[in-house]
Structures are given as C-alpha cells and as structure tokens.
Design a binder for this molecule. Structure first.
Ligand code: FAD
Ligand code: NAP
Ligand code: SF4
Length: 682
C-alpha cells in the first residue's frame, strides 16, 4: 500500500552519509545527561528511539566548558574521559541502526551558577545570577572550546554535533542587541554580532573534517524586545552555510519570551513559515520544529516545501516508535505528545529526571519494563479514566485477561472534560490512543455499567483494580444549593446554561481551565483548535514584522463573559500551576480581563449573587452563575467496602489507583504512571 507520508519517509542524502528519513529527534535535556552512572539509561533511552525508526537523534545539551554549565557539574564535553563515557551511547544507537549528534550548548547568562558569562553583563529576567561580560580573549577561547568539544564528540562515536544557537543561550546572546552591547569585534554592527557563531562553525568544521554532520540551531525569531530583526536572521543563515553547516535547525523564541512556543495551546506547526523563510535563502537542508506531533502535520510541512526535515523532541518521549508506526500506516496507534510539559520540561526545570505523562516508560526504559506474564490472571479494572486505561492496556499487553468497566458510555474519564478546554484539544489524542490500545491488546471493554459493591466477586476475577477517580467537592457555603450554583462538571459537559457574569470558586488547574472555557466563544466543535493566524494575532507575533524580536501589538478577541476567579489563599492565583505552562494560563486570563481575587471567604449565594469577604471587606459579586471548582474527593467506596468485607477474604486481590486512591494533587501524570506500575507488577 502506498504510504500517505512519502516526504516524511524519504531518505536524505547528505553527500557523505544518508539519513533514513526526515524525522529528527530534537534535543531535550532529560536529567540523564549529567551523571556517569546514568550513561546506560541514556543509551537505552536513545537506542529505543533508534529502533523506533527516527532518522537522526540529537542529544540534550552538553557544555563545551565550565562557564557554560547549566548548573554546577551539568553534563559537559571537555576531556577524553567525557568522550569515552559516551561510547556506550553511540554504540547502542548505531547497533539499533540509528544516527546521533551531540548537542553542544553554552548556557551563557542562563547558567545557574555564579561563574556565568555572557556577551555583556546583563542579567536575565529568569535567572538570579548576573553574568560577567566575556573579554575578547575569552570569546576566542570559547570558540576553541566548541571546536574541542566537537572533536571529542567525534572521538566518542557521534555522527555529528548540533550547535545550540537559539532559545536565548550564549550564541544567541551574541547575535541579539538585547544582550550584546559589546564594543569589540564581536559587538555593535549586525556583522560583528554574527562573528561568534560563524567562527564557531568554521572552527568546528576545521576540527572535525568534512564528513561530519554539523547542525546549527538558529533562532528563527527571538520573540523578545531587542531581539534580532528578520533581516539579521535572514543574513545569518547563508553565512552559517558558507562557514560549513550541514543542516540548519529551527529554534523559536527565547526561554524568557512572553510568547508561548511549545505549550499545548500553541497551534500545531505554528512556526513552520519562519523556517520556510530561511529555507529560501540557503541551499542546505533546514529543519522545522515546534508543535509538530503527528505524521500528517509533518508530511504537510515537507510536502509544501517549507522544510526538508521536521524535528520532534517531546513526541519521541511520548512514543519511541512514532516513525515505525507512521511507516506502517498506523498513525492512529501513535501515543501523541499532548504538549502538557508536565512530566518533561516541568521536571527538567525542577532538576528531576524527565519522563512523559502519557508514557511513563520514557527515560525509565531499564526500570519500568512490561514483561510477558507466565501466569495469566483474570483482571477487572473499574474505571476507564487515565489510570484505568493505562493499567488495563498494559496488563493485557503482558498477557492477562482484562475486562475494563466504566459507568459512562465512553472511555477517558475526566480527560473528556479536559479536552473541551480551548487550547487543550490535544487531550482527545490520548483518548483516541487508549481506545486503539484497548482494541489491539484485547481488553474487554464494558461501557455503561456502574459496578456496585459485591458484583465482581461472583465473576471469578483474580484481581480487581479500582480506578473510579474523583467526585467534585461541594464546599459547605451558605446557599450552595441555590439554582445559580453549578459544578464545573455540569458546565464542561454542557448540561447547564451559564450566564454572562460568572464567579468561579477555586483557582486550581480546573478553575483556570473553566475560566478559559467561559471567556472564549463557543466553537462549532470542541475538537476545533484555534487557527494559527488568530493565535499569532492574539500574541502579537507577525512573521513579516521588521521589529526587533518580531513582536507587534497583540490583538485580543474580547471575552464573551465577565469572569471572576476566586480563591481563599492569599498567594498569587495560579502559583501552583505547571512551571513552564502556568504563566501562559495566567496571561491568557489576564488578557481576557478575568478578575482574579485572592484571600476570599465565601459568605453566601443568593438571588443577588455571591457575597464574599475579601480580607475584612464585604463584597457582593452580582453574578448570574457561580461555578464550583473547589477540588475533588476520592471515589473509593468500592475499595473500602470490599476490603472491609470479611467475605471477600478468599476473593480477588483489590488494588486502588489514580484519583480513587488520593485526590489531593492528583493529575493524569500520577494516574497513568500508577496504572502502568501496577500493571507491570501483576
Ligand atoms: P477519572 O478520570 O476520574 O476516571 C474515573 C472513571 O471511573 C470515570 O470514567 C468514571 O465514569 C468511572 N467510574 C467511577 N465509578 C465507577 C463505577 N462504580 N463503575 C464503573 N465506572 C466507574 N490532569 C493533568 O495531568 N493535566 C491537565 O492538564 C489536566 N486538565 C484537566 C482539566 C479538566 C477540566 C479536568 C476535569 C481534569 C484535568 N486533569 C488534568 C485531571 C485529570 O483528568 C485527572 O487527574 C485524571 O483524569 C484522573 O484519572 P483517574 O483515572 O484516576 O480518574
Ligand atoms: P486544585 O488544584 O487542588 O484546586 C482546588 C481549588 O479549590 C483551589 O483553588 C482551592 O483554593 C479551592 N478549594 C479547595 N477546597 C475548598 C473549599 N472547601 N472551599 C472553597 N474552595 C476550596 O484542584 P483542581 O483545580 O480541581 O484540579 C485537580 C487536579 O487536576 C489538580 O491537582 C491538577 O494537577 C489537575 N489539573 C491540572 C491542570 C494543568 O494545567 N496542569 C489543569 C487542570 C487540572 P483555596 O483553598 O485557596 O480556596
Ligand atoms: Fe509531551 Fe506531556 Fe509527555 Fe512532555 S509530558 S512529552 S509534553 S505528553
């Protein structure tokens, strides 16, 4: 059968070597890079992706010298011992048929230590350490350090290197006037600011010879005030080509940019046109990146000639076999990255090992192993939310005889509500993925059946897994039964009419999500994501802009309702949302005029609205609807009754996972991982 992805699966001939297809696994720091004792795990993680068919792997960033450390003792490529320690990585990847480049990254003013260096002594808004400006000699030495690191990477068996020139790291700090106020040959004019990256490429090429891949990741748009202009970016690309770059990769926005570039609300492939602009001015292959997560999206970019390759980092965490599945025309079996950042980037920024919300095996390849069982058991899983779906499909894959029950007429549990939030449409993909897994692994799915206490004991199950999730909390507020008061479940399921003025009680993840749901206009279908054009307008991004950094004035659609978001705590609202995504949720609601109120105590709800005390001051919010988003409580009575019931002593073993086990601080990351861990051990 002809493949629907001919461009994606076409080999790429680089002259001295050929890449098997157009998929690059983009660089991502996982936390396995920094310690020698993690090398075997790092090798297993990459080798699994090589077996999964990816054309070229790029490692997380390794620092070419100590001043470039992300944080003290982060992974570096400085001496022969460093190089030798990587042999296991390159050997395992090559054995699996893959190709791999090491990314070389000098963090510059993003270094989290007091020895940090940059083009100029200008502190970053996201780092407490102020860098020292490098002397001219230091800059020249750093060029040599990059060349030495590349040569060592070659000795380690890498097929090439990627030079990290985007995202606001050191090289990018040299190219942009925002951070480069030097007066020597590396500062001032555009030509001078380009000198550092060009010299690095020349030195790397000279050190490593011509048959070595040199990828340069350049910033296609800085998205910060004082960033490079479009003209400067288009002038840099051909110079890099001339200096010896094999492939140009795309970086979008600095880490300190206040425009989101990878979170789930960014439309798919939103930035591919920027790569296309650069492709027009060079003759070497260019790679598009950011929010590319499914084969049809990747194929569309390549088929339209916007790029020669596509880079995916997080999607390769979510599914190591992404490419093989695309090649086998099984895109519907891909475990899609939903761009939540919860288990990858949020972990990295907290110095925890990265993994993946939808695939807890990622970066734990040698620890979380799903072996075929030699003693198949008859397993009932009650609840087809993330925890139950994860447990049921992995248990069945291992050879157990699994029946999955849900009271609802569909699988997915709370993900059916999450996916209805504007900007979270990707969550449908997880439901689709598990639906397909249920079918493929032979899980017997029973929908529309609410399991009652005592029912399953008669059906001969060896194990019963209770994954019944949570119930929304109904706080004891005077007037909580007033017709104005509804639960977020009623709102998201479309079971109630919501008025024009709304107060939300509770400002956790769900309060913020319901806020977004209520300020945006109702869409024809919940599966429709915002168009790229309107999204770019709302964030003030204009690809044709000549302004530094590419930023223009945002043009925000007015909200369709007046919304108040309230909490009792006196801390800032949204403080506990995801590290790398919380600021986006806060910014969206602020742009939409949502009034955020902290330190509230809820007095009563009546025909007038919601009466609160803010501090000591009584306030009446004259709202039409009050939505309760006040957290949840575990739904675990099946487990409690079964385990308390002596008659079941000889019956099945009971297990409790996900929200049913613990509602506090529950998220899908914990639910899916708990399901997987239980299933791996059954
Ligand atoms: P649930 O998803 O609650 O599933 C439990 C299932 O059990 C349900 O399908 C229910 O019908 C079934 N059930 C209950 N009792 C019975 C019974 N007696 N018999 C048969 N079936 C039964 N998490 C994140 O990590 N990131 C997010 O961005 C995120 N966004 C969210 C947005 C919204 C609007 C909501 C509501 C939740 C969001 N969550 C998010 C939370 C996430 O969805 C939950 O943590 C996760 O669904 C919990 O999984 P679970 O399997 O434990 O429970
Ligand atoms: P949550 O984050 O625990 O927030 C609950 C909110 O309700 C808090 O604002 C709390 O604030 C308030 N509250 C608690 N008890 C209350 C009471 N008795 N009366 C009034 N207010 C009360 O829970 P959630 O928002 O329901 O989210 C559930 C889980 O889903 C979260 O743990 C989260 O991880 C996950 N989720 C994640 C995302 C995401 O973007 N990553 C999005 C949605 C959901 P005060 O106590 O200060 O009033
Ligand atoms: Fe993608 Fe979320 Fe997994 Fe990260 S944790 S790889 S963003 S699905």
């Amino acid at each position: 059968m002809a493949t629907p992805y001919p461009n994606l699966l076409a080999p790429l001939d680089l002259g001295f070597t050929t890449l098997a297809n157009r998929v690059v696994m983009g660089s991502m720091h996982t936390g396995l890079e920094d310690r020698l004792w993690h090398r075997k795990k790092l090798a297993a993680y990459f080798a699994e992706r090589a077996r999964g068919g990816v054309g070229l792997i790029i490692t997380g960033g390794f620092n070419p010298n100590r001043s470039g450390w992300f944080y003290p003792f982060s992974g570096s490529m400085i001496n022969m011992a460093d190089a030798l320690s990587h042999r296991i990585v390159t050997r395992e990847v090559h054995k699996a048929g893959g190709k791999i480049c090491m990314q070389l990254l000098h963090a510059g003013r993003y270094s989290y230590h007091p020895l940090s260096r940059s083009a100029s002594a200008i502190k970053s808004p996201i780092n407490p350490f102020k860098p020292k400006a490098m002397s001219t000699k230091e800059v020249e030495r750093t060029v040599k350090d990059f060349a030495r690191a590349a040569k060592l990477a070659k000795r380690a068996g890498y097929d090439g290197v990627e030079l990290m020139g985007s995202e606001g790291y050191l090289i990018n700090q040299f190219t942009a006037p925002r951070t480069n106020q030097r007066t020597d040959k590396y500062g001032g004019s555009s030509e001078n600011r380009r000198r550092f990256p060009v010299e690095i490429v020349e030195a790397v090429r000279k050190a490593c010879g011509k048959d070595f891949i040199v990828v340069f990741r350049m910033s296609m748009m800085d998205l910060v005030p004082g960033g490079s202009t479009r003209e400067e970016i288009l002038a840099l690309a051909p110079e890099l080509e001339k200096a010896g770059v094999t492939i140009l990769n795309s970086g979008i926005g600095w880490h300190e940019a206040r425009v989101p570039t990878i979170v789930t609300s960014v439309p798919r492939a939103a930035f591919a046109d920027l790569t296309a602009n650069v492709k027009d001015v060079v003759s070497i292959p260019v790679i598009a990146s950011n929010r590319i997560n499914m084969p049809d999206v990747a194929e569309g970019i390549l088929a339209s000639g916007k790029a020669d390759m596509v880079s995916m980092a997080r999607p390769m965490l979510a599914d190591a076999h992404w490419v093989n599945k695309a090649a086998a025309n099984q895109a519907d079996e891909i475990n899609t990255c939903i761009a939540c950042n919860q288990a990858c980037l949020d972990h990295t920024f907290k110095l925890q090992r990265a993994t993946c919300l939808v695939n807890p095996q990622a970066c734990f390849e040698t620890e979380l192993v799903y072996l075929k069982t030699r003693k198949p058991r008859k397993v009932a899983v009650v609840g087809a939310g993330p925890a139950g779906m994860s447990c049921a499909t992995i248990a069945a894959e291992r050879g157990h005889d699994v029946t999955l029950f849900d009271a609802d007429d569909r699988i997915g549990g709370q993900f059916n509500m999450a996916a209805r939030i504007p900007g979270k449409e990707e969550f449908w993909e997880t439901i689709r993925y598990f639906g397909k897994r249920i079918e493929k692994t032979g899980v017997k799915l029973v929908l529309g059946r609410r399991i009652e206490h005592g029912e399953l004991e008669k059906e001969g199950f060896d194990d019963v897994v209770i994954a019944t999730g949570v119930l929304p909390r109904k706080p004891p507020i005077d007037g909580v039964n007033h017709p104005k008061v509804v639960s977020y479940v009623d709102v998201l399921r479309g079971e109630v009419e919501v008025g024009n003025r709304v107060a939300l009680i509770g400002a956790g993840g769900i309060g913020f999500d319901v806020g977004e749901f209520l300020v945006h206009a109702k869409r024809a279908s919940y599966k429709d994501a915002q168009s790229t054009e309107s999204w770019l307008r709302e964030w003030g991004v204009d690809f044709s802009s000549d302004a530094p950094g590419g930023l223009e004035k945002p043009d925000v659609e007015p909200p369709v309702r007046e919304v108040y978001l309230l909490q009792r705590k006196t801390t800032s609202l949204g403080k506990d949302l995801g590290k790398t995504s919380g600021w986006v949720h806060r910014a969206v609601l602020q742009k939409k005029g949502v009034k955020m109120m902290k330190g509230c105590s809820y007095e009563k709800v009546d025909d007038q609205g919601l009466h609160i005390l803010q501090g000591d001051e009584p306030v009446l919010l004259e709202v039409d609807t009050v939505v309760l988003c006040a957290g949840q409580e575990s739904r675990k009575e099946l487990y409690e009754l079964a385990t308390a019931d002596k008659a079941t002593a000889k019956g099945p073993s009971y297990h409790l996972i996900g929200g049913a086990e613990l509602a506090a601080e529950l998220d899908a990351k914990r639910a899916i991982r708990q399901g997987a861990e239980l299933a791996a051990g059954l």
